[in-house]
Every structure is written in structure tokens, then in C-alpha cells.
Design a protein. Structure first.
Length: 401
């Protein structure tokens, strides 16, 4: 679900950018009727995920009208096509002998018709309407004949009510080869030591090295460490009455690695200094004397487990798109436009598209344990002592009870 959420956030952000560009252009002159020759363009975003049971596509349009455009942005009809007016398919293709997208790939005969639905999960803090949004989806159950295949190409085809047609083709990321080797998956009790303490309590930190093998077809790897914990809210400073308990997670970015050639398999290492764990918690969590935080879970084993190592893998199209749209501190803010969305109007003339049709996958090593000194320093260290962390292991010297 997180992958779907991230995809929807990317969609909302990029649609907003497109709309803001239109609004800026409108302010250039008051002497020209800008609405007369305007032609709406489709704005399309979709990220295929090999192991996902459902594939999602966001289809919007640019608009230009009279009056207050900020008010128009709050109206779904401005940026959404009418209900039931968009036809769409995901078509499976055999790749060419080179493995590259050349445009004459032959369909395998498998295709998925897109269904339409309305979700109520859109953020409402921006310029655009919410929380509802119209989206399109196809069901691709993993492990069945309807699942996507890593050695195929997939073409998105859309027919829009204004006569335009949209096409875009993407490769898939071969997740089966992109294995994480360290921290080792499937090793019970593997623990991460994030602090080394002397007999006087002085702390030192080390570099933890994450390792994985590349996946053919993948160009960008973004690694993160997810910290799982619970917050216990008390009604009093003495922690005698519990109001509520909420499970939470916090993601710490470990960095990204890109490959100039997505073919073949190579070993990749990402180094992370463990002090970042403590500085991130100290800067991102609220200090509240009535909140106690339980680091991870304990299920009758001998160690508490709190961490997930998450590796998000992007294909070349997605990697290029992210690179082009990366935040810059340069004084030159004009960014090149990149898209793999192809649009043809009712007359058969090609037009510029907006958006992205790509693929990604996520590899995860879950339930990593942590050392005794990791929780000790979290409780006693100057940076994090007032965050009130404790261990769910009842036999630990730093247990919650």
C-alpha cells in the first residue's frame, strides 16, 4: 500500500506543477484572449509493480478557463475527464531482440482493460480538490496467469473523449535477481548494533554496509531503514493511566545508487553511519513527557525486532524522470521537460504528452533485531533520552515494565 500511496503522491505533485505552469502563463498578458485556441492535454501517470495485485493509473487533463483559476482547481471537472469517458488497456508485448523499446513490439495476446473507480485518499492541503480522486486500475494477481511478467514489455493505451489517444511503453524490473545479501534475509535473530558504548557510557558509531545485487532493467536504487515503534499516550505525567496506543513507523533515507547501464548483475554497497539513527529520531520526534515509545516488538524470542531494510528499485524511465525533476539549488530554475507519454489527436497529429509510464519494485528484509547497547544509548544518550524509548523484551535491562 505504501508503494500505491507514493505513486499517488507523485501524481498529485506533478499535476499541480502542470497546472501552476498554466496559471503562470495566463498572467503574462491581459490583452489576448487566451481561452480561444487552448487545447487540453492529457496528464498521465502510472507505475507498474511486478508483484502487486492491482496496477493503478492516474489520468487527468490540463485546462484553461475564464475567471479565478484557483477556484477552478478546486472543481474536479476542471482536471478530470467525465465519468465513464476514458477507455484504457494495459497490453503485454514481447520485447525486441535487443531488449530495448523500438516501437514495433508484437503483443502476446494478453491485455487488461482498465476499470474506473473513485478513491477518497487524496491530500486536501494543496491547491486541488480532495479527498476524492478518479483513478483507473487493472487487477493482476501475483502467482496467477493474470500476473505481470518480468521479461515482457507493457504498453498503456488510452482513448479519451476529445478524440485523443495516448500510448506509452515501459520495461519491467526483474525483482527475482535483485536480492539483498546484507543484512541477510531469512536469518533469525540477526541484530543491528547502532551504538558502541564504553564502561563509562561514552558512545561511538560505525559504518553499516548494506549490500544487494542489481536487477536487470533497473537503473535507480533508493534504500531506507524503517523504524517500527509504538507510542503509548498517558493521561498523567506519572504514566499511571493510558489514554491510547498507536503503532507508528519512521523511514530514514540511506541514500540512492544509480547505474549507467541497467543490464547485467553487479554487487552494490551502500554505507550508512549509524549515528544518523539517533540524530534523525531526535530531530523528527516530539518530546512529550506523557508519551512512552516502545521500540519494535517481542514475540517470545530472545531479541526485540524493530527495523525493516527497504530497497525501492526503479526502471530506466522512472530513474530519468526522477533525475530530471530532482530539486535543485541552482539559480537557474528552468528544468527540461521529459516524458514517455505519446499523444495523438483526432486528426492523427502527434502532440506532446505530460506524465510518466514506468515500473518499480520493492525488496524488503523485515523484522531486524537490535543490540542491547542500541536501546541503552537510545534511553541514556543526550540526544534521545527525553523521547522515552524502551524495549518490549520483558527481560531486558531497558524494558518498558
Amino acid at each position: 500500500m505504501q508503494g500505491k500511496k507514493n505513486a499517488r503522491q507523485v501524481v498529485s505533485k506533478q499535476v499541480a506543477v502542470a497546472m501552476c505552469a498554466v496559471l503562470t502563463w495566463m498572467g503574462c498578458s491581459t490583452e489576448v484572449d487566451l481561452t480561444a485556441p487552448y487545447d487540453s492535454l492529457p496528464v498521465v501517470y502510472g507505475l507498474l509493480e511486478l508483484d502487486a495485485d492491482t496496477q493503478w493509473v492516474k489520468v487527468n487533463r490540463t485546462w484553461l478557463g475564464e475567471g479565478n483559476q484557483l477556484a477552478a482547481a478546486q472543481t474536479p471537472d476542471s482536471s478530470e475527464y467525465p465519468p465513464g469517458s476514458v477507455e484504457g488497456w494495459i497490453v503485454e508485448l514481447n520485447p525486441s531482440s535487443s531488449g530495448q523499446i523500438v516501437g514495433d513490439e508484437v503483443p502476446t495476446g494478453k491485455e487488461w482493460m482498465l476499470e474506473e473507480t473513485v478513491l477518497n485518499n487524496k491530500e486536501t492541503s494543496g491547491l486541488f480538490f480532495g479527498p476524492s480522486q478518479r483513478v483507473y486500475y487493472a487487477v493482476t494477481p501475483a502467482g496467477t496467469s493474470e500476473a505481470l511478467q518480468e521479461d515482457k514489455l507493457y504498453r498503456l493505451e488510452l482513448r479519451l473523449p476529445d478524440g485523443k489517444e495516448v500510448r506509452a511503453t515501459t520495461t519491467m524490473v526483474e525483482s527475482s535477481i535483485g536480492a539483498i545479501s546484507y543484512p541477510p534475509p531469512g536469518v533469525p535473530g540477526f541484530e543491528m548494533g547502532l551504538a558502541n558504548l564504553t564502561s563509562t557510557g561514552a558512545a561511538s558509531y560505525s559504518d553499516f554496509i548494506f549490500r544487494w545485487n542489481s536487477s536487470p532493467g533497473a537503473s535507480l536504487y533508493s534504500a531506507s531503514l524503517v523504524v517500527n515503534y509504538s507510542e503509548i499516550y498517558h493521561a498523567d505525567d506519572a504514566w499511571t493511566v493510558v489514554d491510547s496506543t498507536v503503532d507508528r513507523s519512521l523511514s530514514i533515507g540511506l541514500g540512492s545508487r544509480s547505474l549507467t547501464s541497467p543490464d547485467g548483475v553487479v554487487s552494490i554497497e551502500q554505507t550508512w553511519n549509524t549515528e544518523t539513527f539517533y540524530t534523525e529520531l531526535a530531530s523528527r520526534l516530539e518530546v512529550n513527557p506523557r508519551v512512552r515509545r516502545v521500540l519494535g516488538n517481542f514475540d517470545a524470542g530472545d531479541k526485540a525486532r524493530a527495523f525493516d531494510f527497504v530497497l525501492q528499485v526503479a526502471n530506466q524511465d522512472l530513474a530519468i524522470y526522477l533525475d530530471v525533476n530532482e530539486t535543485t539549488n541552482s539559480i537557474v530554475q528552468d528544468r527540461p521537460t521529459w516524458t514517455n507519454i505519446q499523444v495523438t489527436n483526432a486528426l492523427g497529429t502527434s502532440q506532446g504528452g505530460i506524465g510518466l509510464w514506468g515500473s518499480r519494485t520493492t525488496n524488503t528484509v523485515r523484522n531486524l533485531a537490535y543490540s542491547k547497547q542500541t536501546i541503552q544509548h537510545l534511553q541514556e544518550g543526550d540526544l534521545t533520552a527525553n523521547l522515552n524509548f524502551c524495549s518490549p523484551n520483558p527481560t531486558s535491562d531497558y524494558a518498558c515494565d
